[in-house]
Design a protein around this ligand. Structure first.
Ligand code: SF4
Length: 363
């Protein structure tokens, strides 16, 4: 498996957090916030925060959320969304307040209505169901998930056995497996390796979910290769750039941290992985929170260094809330540790862009 080249950590973006610091003053989004303190730990309290960068929204999540927002503007409420558009409680609640209705299946959508498919991707049968109900379907699947679907289709067409490394029941895995159910077997981590059976050990390839632990996936692949020495790898990394980058920087900060707080929801695979990666890399404790108020003061009682990161579906406002919460408890010296700068963006789905253009030309 190839990995994205890892950059050395860049340190020194120190700033002090004041009580009024918050939304809109994100160091990640708008340069430094607060007052530069020369890069020294707060001598008054000895407490500090190491803030991971990159963190938060990835290009696929940004596109998916924008898709719902633009669809609401263009077609008006309600807009139906099949499954959570991205796995984040706050994002879903915010879009619901704007007129989005989240459903589990197409059959809950009134005939002829507009439905958006989530960033995690869907199986071909879901498009078929939408056609049968005359739904106007807008596909917000992340292009990096679509890439894995294309790989699955291509290898299935060449009659390969495909070993899909991923978490059983995750929407992305259900969608990818649905592309070629007769050819795909799920391998849920290293312990799943013993269960697989293949027709021809010389014609087997592994693919993966985009949001897995890089290290655990390498372990799974190594174990697969002991059973299947001729196992082929995907043409390019399936674990996406955002997942790899967020794990890489958390690994950098974790050994210095008494506790790492990851902002994200429990059903967000990449967020859950960040806590695991932090613990594996030496953080003494790690916690996942949706909101700042979930932080237990007991977690901070003996801490001097707190690491902060957020999953790829988490808006920066929620990280700002955590930093403000920590500052109120003496952790007001924040050092941002940067291991990569992300500039990737994805354009909106074609079907939506076409309607936006038509609406604009009508004036
Ligand atoms: S985490 Fe990766 S695969 Fe998932 S939406 Fe973001 S960029 Fe796409």
């Amino acid at each position: 498996m190839k990995l994205l080249p890892s950059a050395p950590a860049c340190r020194g973006n120190n700033f002090m957090i004041s009580a009024g610091w918050g939304v809109g003053s994100s160091p990640g989004a708008g340069g430094r916030a607060g007052t530069y303190d020369g890069g020294v730990t707060d001598l008054r309290t000895g407490k500090r925060v190491l803030l991971a960068k990159p963190r938060g929204y990835c290009a696929g999540v940004d596109r998916a959320v924008q898709t719902v927002e633009e669809a609401l503007k263009l077609y008006g409420a309600p807009i139906y969304v099949r499954k959570q558009i991205v796995h984040n409680k706050h994002v879903v609640q915010t879009l619901e307040a704007q007129g989005a209705i989240f459903v589990e299946e197409n059959e809950e959508v009134p005939e002829g209505a507009t439905v958006i498919f989530s960033a995690h991707g869907v199986a071909p049968e879901v498009y078929e169901q939408a056609r049968e109900r005359s739904l106007k379907a807008i596909d917000a699947t992340c292009p990096l998930v679509t890439k894995v679907h294309q790989e699955a289709k291509r290898f299935a067409a060449e009659d390969y056995d495909i070993l899909l490394i991923g978490h059983e029941g995750h929407e992305e895995v259900i969608g990818t497996a649905g592309e070629a159910p007769a050819h795909i077997q799920l391998v849920d981590g290293p312990d799943g390796v013993d269960k697989i059976t293949v027709r021809d050990p010389e014609k087997v390839v592994w693919l993966s979910q985009t949001t897995l632990s890089v290290d655990e996936t390498l372990e799974t692949v190594a174990r697969l290769k002991t059973r299947l020495p001729l196992l082929q790898s995907p043409p390019s990394d399936d674990i996406c750039y955002a997942t790899s980058n967020r794990q890489h920087v958390v690994k950098e900060i974790a050994p210095e941290c008494d506790v790492v707080i990851v902002v994200g929801s429990t059903n967000s695979s990449n967020s859950v992985r960040l806590v695991e990666v932090a613990l594996d890399a030496g953080a003494r404790a790690g916690h996942l929170v949706d909101f700042a108020h979930e932080i237990d003061d007991a977690w901070l009682a003996d801490a001097r260094t707190v690491g902060v990161s957020s999953g790829a579906s988490v808006p920066e406002d929620l990280v700002n809330d955590v930093l403000t919460h920590l500052a109120a408890r003496g952790f007001d010296d924040v050092e941002e540790i940067t291991t990569a700068n992300e500039r990737l963006t994805f354009s909106l789905p074609q079907e939506l862009k076409r309607d936006m253009k038509a609406a604009a030309s009508r004036g």
